[in-house]
Design a binder for this molecule. Sequence first.
Ligand code: KIV
Length: 274
Amino acid sequence: MSASISFRNVTKVTTHVLQQMKLKKEKIPMLTAYDYSFARILDNTGIDVILVGDSASNVMAGYTSTLPITLDHMIYHASSVVRAVRRALVVVDLPFGTYQGNSKEALNSAIRIMKESGADAVKLEGGKEIIESVDRILSAGIPIMGHLGLTPQSIHKFGTYVVRATTEEEAAKLVDDAHLLEKAGCFAVVLEKIPARLGGKVSSELRIPIIGIGAGREVDGQVLVLHDMLGITLEFSPRFLRRYHNLSEEVHGAVSSYISDVKSLDFPNEKEQY
Ligand code: KIV
Protein backbone atom coordinates (compact mmCIF):
# COMPACT_ATOMS: atom_id res chain seq x y z
CA MET A 1 0.00 0.00 0.00
CA SER A 2 1.77 3.15 -1.19
CA ALA A 3 0.44 5.47 1.52
CA SER A 4 1.59 3.18 4.36
CA ILE A 5 4.59 3.69 6.58
CA SER A 6 7.32 1.04 6.07
CA PHE A 7 10.17 0.49 8.51
CA ARG A 8 12.64 -2.45 8.46
CA ASN A 9 10.43 -4.32 5.97
CA VAL A 10 7.36 -4.11 8.19
CA THR A 11 4.36 -2.23 6.88
CA LYS A 12 2.92 -0.44 9.85
CA VAL A 13 -0.84 -0.33 10.27
CA THR A 14 -1.91 3.31 10.33
CA THR A 15 -5.25 5.06 10.69
CA HIS A 16 -5.16 5.40 6.89
CA VAL A 17 -4.82 1.61 6.50
CA LEU A 18 -7.88 1.10 8.74
CA GLN A 19 -9.84 3.53 6.59
CA GLN A 20 -8.87 1.54 3.49
CA MET A 21 -9.94 -1.68 5.21
CA LYS A 22 -13.39 -0.21 5.83
CA LEU A 23 -13.65 0.82 2.17
CA LYS A 24 -12.64 -2.69 1.07
CA LYS A 25 -15.07 -4.23 3.62
CA GLU A 26 -12.14 -6.04 5.25
CA LYS A 27 -12.92 -6.68 8.92
CA ILE A 28 -10.55 -5.23 11.53
CA PRO A 29 -9.48 -7.51 14.44
CA MET A 30 -8.36 -5.73 17.61
CA LEU A 31 -7.32 -7.10 21.03
CA THR A 32 -6.03 -5.59 24.23
CA ALA A 33 -2.50 -6.03 25.56
CA TYR A 34 -0.79 -4.48 28.56
CA ASP A 35 2.74 -5.91 28.59
CA TYR A 36 5.73 -6.60 26.35
CA SER A 37 5.49 -10.42 26.17
CA PHE A 38 1.85 -10.70 25.12
CA ALA A 39 2.14 -7.68 22.81
CA ARG A 40 5.00 -9.41 20.97
CA ILE A 41 2.94 -12.59 20.47
CA LEU A 42 -0.05 -10.55 19.30
CA ASP A 43 1.95 -8.46 16.86
CA ASN A 44 3.49 -11.57 15.31
CA THR A 45 -0.02 -12.92 14.56
CA GLY A 46 -0.68 -9.95 12.30
CA ILE A 47 -3.44 -8.45 14.43
CA ASP A 48 -4.20 -4.98 13.10
CA VAL A 49 -4.88 -3.00 16.26
CA ILE A 50 -3.64 -3.45 19.83
CA LEU A 51 -5.49 -1.55 22.52
CA VAL A 52 -3.74 -0.76 25.77
CA GLY A 53 -7.10 -0.60 27.49
CA ASP A 54 -7.81 0.80 30.90
CA SER A 55 -9.24 -2.70 31.48
CA ALA A 56 -5.65 -3.14 32.76
CA SER A 57 -7.19 -1.79 35.96
CA ASN A 58 -9.27 -5.00 36.18
CA VAL A 59 -7.15 -7.70 34.59
CA MET A 60 -3.67 -6.54 35.57
CA ALA A 61 -4.28 -4.76 38.87
CA GLY A 62 -7.35 -6.59 40.19
CA TYR A 63 -9.60 -3.57 40.73
CA THR A 64 -13.34 -4.03 40.23
CA SER A 65 -13.62 -1.12 37.79
CA THR A 66 -11.48 0.87 35.36
CA LEU A 67 -11.65 4.01 37.48
CA PRO A 68 -8.57 3.64 39.72
CA ILE A 69 -5.92 3.29 37.02
CA THR A 70 -3.72 6.39 36.63
CA LEU A 71 -2.07 8.11 33.68
CA ASP A 72 1.36 6.97 34.92
CA HIS A 73 0.14 3.35 35.06
CA MET A 74 -1.26 3.61 31.51
CA ILE A 75 2.03 5.07 30.25
CA TYR A 76 3.93 2.19 31.90
CA HIS A 77 1.69 -0.42 30.23
CA ALA A 78 1.68 1.42 26.89
CA SER A 79 5.44 1.82 26.68
CA SER A 80 5.90 -1.91 27.46
CA VAL A 81 3.53 -2.74 24.58
CA VAL A 82 5.10 -0.25 22.17
CA ARG A 83 8.57 -1.77 22.74
CA ALA A 84 7.20 -5.10 21.44
CA VAL A 85 5.14 -3.93 18.48
CA ARG A 86 6.41 -3.33 14.96
CA ARG A 87 3.27 -3.67 12.86
CA ALA A 88 -0.01 -3.15 14.72
CA LEU A 89 -1.53 0.25 15.42
CA VAL A 90 -1.21 0.84 19.18
CA VAL A 91 -4.10 2.73 20.77
CA VAL A 92 -4.04 3.75 24.43
CA ASP A 93 -6.99 4.58 26.70
CA LEU A 94 -6.94 7.94 28.42
CA PRO A 95 -7.85 6.92 31.98
CA PHE A 96 -10.75 8.25 34.03
CA GLY A 97 -10.23 11.78 35.33
CA THR A 98 -7.57 12.82 32.81
CA TYR A 99 -9.74 14.32 30.06
CA GLN A 100 -13.33 14.95 31.21
CA GLY A 101 -14.27 18.54 31.91
CA ASN A 102 -10.95 20.18 31.15
CA SER A 103 -9.75 20.16 27.56
CA LYS A 104 -6.30 21.57 28.44
CA GLU A 105 -5.74 18.72 30.88
CA ALA A 106 -7.06 16.32 28.22
CA LEU A 107 -4.48 17.58 25.73
CA ASN A 108 -1.68 17.34 28.30
CA SER A 109 -2.72 13.75 29.13
CA ALA A 110 -2.81 12.76 25.46
CA ILE A 111 0.57 14.42 24.81
CA ARG A 112 2.11 12.56 27.76
CA ILE A 113 0.83 9.24 26.39
CA MET A 114 2.12 9.91 22.88
CA LYS A 115 5.50 11.33 24.00
CA GLU A 116 6.30 8.97 26.87
CA SER A 117 4.98 5.69 25.44
CA GLY A 118 5.44 6.15 21.69
CA ALA A 119 1.87 4.94 21.01
CA ASP A 120 0.03 5.76 17.78
CA ALA A 121 -3.32 7.03 19.07
CA VAL A 122 -5.51 7.53 22.12
CA LYS A 123 -9.04 6.40 22.99
CA LEU A 124 -11.60 8.45 24.93
CA GLU A 125 -15.02 7.46 26.23
CA GLY A 126 -18.04 9.67 25.51
CA GLY A 127 -19.64 11.91 22.88
CA LYS A 128 -21.00 15.44 23.10
CA GLU A 129 -19.98 15.89 26.73
CA ILE A 130 -16.26 15.49 25.93
CA ILE A 131 -16.21 17.07 22.45
CA GLU A 132 -14.13 20.06 23.58
CA SER A 133 -11.39 17.68 24.74
CA VAL A 134 -11.68 15.70 21.50
CA ASP A 135 -11.30 18.87 19.40
CA ARG A 136 -8.30 20.08 21.39
CA ILE A 137 -6.45 16.74 21.22
CA LEU A 138 -7.14 16.41 17.50
CA SER A 139 -5.92 19.95 16.89
CA ALA A 140 -2.52 18.81 18.21
CA GLY A 141 -2.41 16.10 15.54
CA ILE A 142 -3.11 13.20 17.90
CA PRO A 143 -5.43 10.56 16.40
CA ILE A 144 -8.48 9.65 18.50
CA MET A 145 -10.59 6.51 18.67
CA GLY A 146 -13.99 7.23 20.26
CA HIS A 147 -15.89 4.84 22.56
CA LEU A 148 -19.70 4.87 22.98
CA GLY A 149 -22.38 2.59 24.40
CA LEU A 150 -21.40 0.85 27.61
CA THR A 151 -18.50 3.09 28.58
CA PRO A 152 -16.96 1.43 31.66
CA GLN A 153 -15.63 4.71 33.11
CA SER A 154 -19.31 5.72 33.60
CA ILE A 155 -20.34 2.50 35.32
CA HIS A 156 -21.37 4.32 38.50
CA LYS A 157 -23.72 6.54 36.47
CA PHE A 158 -25.25 3.49 34.71
CA GLY A 159 -25.36 1.43 37.91
CA THR A 160 -25.48 -1.77 35.84
CA TYR A 161 -23.59 -3.60 33.09
CA VAL A 162 -26.76 -4.31 31.05
CA VAL A 163 -26.96 -3.63 27.30
CA ARG A 164 -27.01 0.12 26.52
CA ALA A 165 -29.04 2.12 23.99
CA THR A 166 -32.10 -0.11 24.09
CA THR A 167 -34.42 2.91 24.40
CA GLU A 168 -35.11 5.11 21.38
CA GLU A 169 -33.77 8.15 23.20
CA GLU A 170 -30.44 6.56 24.18
CA ALA A 171 -30.03 5.00 20.72
CA ALA A 172 -30.65 8.39 19.05
CA LYS A 173 -28.05 10.04 21.32
CA LEU A 174 -25.54 7.31 20.49
CA VAL A 175 -26.05 7.82 16.75
CA ASP A 176 -25.72 11.62 17.14
CA ASP A 177 -22.56 11.19 19.24
CA ALA A 178 -21.02 8.85 16.66
CA HIS A 179 -21.64 11.42 13.91
CA LEU A 180 -20.22 14.16 16.13
CA LEU A 181 -17.02 12.16 16.74
CA GLU A 182 -16.64 11.46 13.02
CA LYS A 183 -17.21 15.13 12.17
CA ALA A 184 -14.63 16.19 14.75
CA GLY A 185 -12.06 13.96 13.03
CA CYS A 186 -11.88 10.74 15.08
CA PHE A 187 -10.44 7.90 12.98
CA ALA A 188 -12.62 5.12 14.48
CA VAL A 189 -15.23 4.48 17.17
CA VAL A 190 -15.65 1.53 19.55
CA LEU A 191 -19.27 0.57 20.30
CA GLU A 192 -19.69 -1.54 23.43
CA LYS A 193 -22.64 -3.75 24.42
CA ILE A 194 -25.43 -2.30 22.31
CA PRO A 195 -28.10 -3.97 20.12
CA ALA A 196 -26.59 -5.51 16.96
CA ARG A 197 -29.03 -3.62 14.74
CA LEU A 198 -27.82 -0.30 16.15
CA GLY A 199 -24.19 -1.29 15.61
CA GLY A 200 -25.00 -2.03 11.95
CA LYS A 201 -26.83 1.27 11.55
CA VAL A 202 -23.91 3.32 12.90
CA SER A 203 -21.43 1.39 10.78
CA SER A 204 -23.45 1.98 7.61
CA GLU A 205 -23.92 5.70 8.31
CA LEU A 206 -20.31 6.52 9.21
CA ARG A 207 -17.30 6.55 6.90
CA ILE A 208 -14.83 5.74 9.68
CA PRO A 209 -14.41 2.17 11.02
CA ILE A 210 -16.72 1.05 13.83
CA ILE A 211 -15.17 -1.55 16.12
CA GLY A 212 -17.64 -3.55 18.19
CA ILE A 213 -17.48 -5.37 21.49
CA GLY A 214 -20.92 -6.85 21.95
CA ALA A 215 -22.24 -4.72 19.07
CA GLY A 216 -23.04 -7.51 16.60
CA ARG A 217 -21.40 -8.56 13.35
CA GLU A 218 -22.51 -5.72 11.08
CA VAL A 219 -19.72 -3.45 12.32
CA ASP A 220 -16.27 -3.04 10.73
CA GLY A 221 -14.16 -4.82 13.31
CA GLN A 222 -14.22 -6.57 16.68
CA VAL A 223 -12.33 -6.09 19.93
CA LEU A 224 -12.07 -8.34 22.99
CA VAL A 225 -10.09 -8.14 26.20
CA LEU A 226 -7.16 -10.56 25.73
CA HIS A 227 -7.36 -12.09 29.21
CA ASP A 228 -11.08 -12.80 28.73
CA MET A 229 -10.77 -14.45 25.30
CA LEU A 230 -7.77 -16.55 26.41
CA GLY A 231 -9.64 -17.80 29.48
CA ILE A 232 -7.24 -16.26 31.99
CA THR A 233 -10.06 -14.33 33.67
CA LEU A 234 -12.97 -16.68 34.34
CA GLU A 235 -15.29 -14.61 36.48
CA PHE A 236 -16.49 -12.46 33.55
CA SER A 237 -18.90 -14.15 31.10
CA PRO A 238 -21.00 -11.73 29.06
CA ARG A 239 -22.87 -13.17 26.07
CA PHE A 240 -20.57 -11.38 23.59
CA LEU A 241 -17.44 -13.06 24.91
CA ARG A 242 -16.11 -16.05 22.98
CA ARG A 243 -13.38 -17.91 24.88
CA TYR A 244 -10.72 -19.24 22.50
CA HIS A 245 -8.71 -21.01 25.15
CA ASN A 246 -8.68 -22.04 28.79
CA LEU A 247 -5.27 -20.67 29.67
CA SER A 248 -6.04 -20.48 33.36
CA GLU A 249 -6.46 -24.28 33.45
CA GLU A 250 -3.30 -24.82 31.36
CA VAL A 251 -1.19 -22.60 33.60
CA HIS A 252 -2.63 -24.30 36.68
CA GLY A 253 -1.69 -27.70 35.24
CA ALA A 254 1.84 -26.62 34.32
CA VAL A 255 2.52 -25.05 37.71
CA SER A 256 1.10 -28.09 39.52
CA SER A 257 3.48 -30.35 37.55
CA TYR A 258 6.39 -28.07 38.43
CA ILE A 259 5.50 -28.18 42.13
CA SER A 260 5.32 -31.95 42.15
CA ASP A 261 8.57 -32.28 40.13
CA VAL A 262 10.43 -30.03 42.59
CA LYS A 263 9.05 -31.88 45.60
CA SER A 264 9.82 -35.32 44.15
CA LEU A 265 13.39 -34.26 43.10
CA ASP A 266 12.46 -34.95 39.45
CA PHE A 267 13.45 -31.35 38.62
CA PRO A 268 16.18 -30.50 37.87
CA ASN A 269 17.53 -33.70 36.32
CA GLU A 270 21.15 -34.36 35.36
CA LYS A 271 20.84 -32.56 32.01
CA GLU A 272 19.34 -29.52 33.66
CA GLN A 273 22.27 -28.82 35.95
CA TYR A 274 25.93 -27.71 35.56
O1 KIV B 1 -10.31 -0.98 28.22
C1 KIV B 1 -10.66 -1.79 27.36
O2 KIV B 1 -10.25 -2.94 27.32
C2 KIV B 1 -11.66 -1.33 26.37
C3 KIV B 1 -12.26 -2.37 25.49
C4 KIV B 1 -13.27 -3.12 26.24
C5 KIV B 1 -12.82 -1.77 24.24
O3 KIV B 1 -11.96 -0.19 26.32
